[in-house]
Design a protein around this ligand. Structure first.
Ligand SMILES: Cc1cc2nc3c(=O)[nH]c(=O)nc-3n(C[C@H](O)[C@H](O)[C@H](O)COP(=O)(O)O)c2cc1C
Length: 366
């Protein structure tokens, strides 16, 4: 279980007016003038530890990595870990964020039943994945396959809405390919079926992660939508998030890969100084050890550390210690002594470059 708000101070939710609601939930920007920012669902990354880290920094909605409706009732450790929504208690207590757990599948009845299980586990919002473009998944009629059959899409959303009391949102792409972009119809069907919000990765399914996200289609979708739209795709720094709102009129911005490299993006920052990164690394590795055990927890945190500290020289002793230390105690001691020894500590720019973003794309997911 997460005791994970830990010693660090949680940002207070200021008395700002909500920018919009998802069902009963008000969503407020972190500060006046900021857009509402959300963490995209990220398979293999978006566990409770990373979600909580992003929520503490200002993500007002955090996505859980997608879960197949056929395994949601299994008792194995892998599934139980996916379904560990301990962070939702923190959000309920503090109001800093909302947990949106994501279901996918090819059987509408099982998807609706799976959604009920996510709700029972504490999801505050149920999200349905209609965006994943991985061929093995789409071939089976799941995720983005629904975008080629909108009556079936409608039925899946309606059945899920019927099955749960929490609000349902959908995450989609703009259409199947360049000849069949149907995002406006997708939005209309989703909201008619009872979806209370829509996240749109502004690429076609066939595009996977190629080329640029097509924000112009996001704009058309936002014009048609009566429910809040989360714009998604190619936001690599906070300024991009502002530009997306400006150019598309989206209600909120959902951020995936850039958050992996710079979770401070949720605080409207381009990066962080070394002391802040060290402190975050210590929280993350400690909680990961709590979540997955010391051995796996320490190892799995390394992919994040590589990104947070990517300005270090490849052969620097600090980088070596960060990426090779296996014992939690030793790693925490090292982080503490490193932080104490800092002398002059400017903020580093951690914004993702386009090529870094490409490398993080995960065989066309989402
Ligand atoms: C490692 C990784 C895992 C992802 N897993 C999911 C997922 O489980 N569900 C989903 O809807 N999208 C998933 N996506 C897609 C992202 O949520 C997002 O739509 C996509 O990365 C585009 O946003 P970005 O440019 O901000 O990264 C994943 C993307 C990546 C890179």
């Amino acid at each position: 279980m997460a005791t994970a708000d830990g010693p660090s101070t949680l940002p207070a939710v200021p008395g700002l007016e909500p920018a919009f609601h998802i069902g009963p939930h008000p969503l407020r920007p972190l500060r006046a003038g900021m857009p509402v920012l959300a963490l995209a669902p990220l398979a293999g990354v978006g566990n409770w530890v990373f979600r909580l880290i992003c929520a503490r920094l200002g993500a007002r909605l955090v996505g859980v990595e997608f879960i197949n409706c056929r395994i949601v009732h299994q008792a194995g450790i892998r599934v139980q870990r996916l379904l560990d929504f301990s962070d939702a208690d923190v959000y309920r207590r503090t109001g800093i964020s909302l947990l949106a757990a994501q279901i996918y599948g090819n059987d509408i009845g099982l998807m609706a039943e799976g959604a009920r299980e996510l709700e029972r586990r504490g999801a505050q919002i149920v999200d349905i994945n209609f965006g994943c473009s991985v061929p093995q998944i789409v071939r089976k009629g799941s995720c983005a396959a629904f975008l080629r059959d909108l009556p079936r899409f409608y039925e899946a959303v309606a059945a899920t809405v019927e099955a749960v009391r929490v609000p349902v949102m959908v995450k989609t792409r703009i259409g199947w390919d360049d000849d069949s972009i149907n995002v406006v119809e997708i939005v209309e069907r989703a909201q008619a079926a009872g979806a209370r919000a829509i996240a749109i990765h502004a690429r076609t399914v066939m595009q996977k992660y190629d080329g640029e996200a097509r924000w112009e289609w996001l704009k058309s979708a936002c014009e048609a939508a009566e429910v809040p739209v989360f714009g998604n795709g190619d936001v690599r720094c906070y300024d991009d998030a502002l530009a997306m709102v400006e150019r598309t009129g989206c209600d909120a911005v959902m951020i995936g890969r850039a958050a992996m490299a710079n979770p401070w993006i949720f605080s409207a920052r381009r990066g962080a100084n070394l002391a802040e990164r060290i402190e975050l690394a210590a929280d993350q590795v400690r909680w990961m050890a709590q979540y997955k055990g010391e051995h796996v927890g320490v190892k799995e945190t390394r992919k994040h550390l590589t990104l947070y500290f990517r300005d270090l020289d490849r052969h620097s002793p600090e980088r070596l210690r960060l990426l090779t230390t296996e014992s939690l105690g030793e790693l925490l001691d090292f982080l503490e002594s490193w932080r104490r020894a800092l002398d002059g500590d400017p903020e580093r720019d951690l914004a993702l470059s386009a090529s870094e973003a490409n490398r993080l794309a995960w065989s066309g997911t989402g």
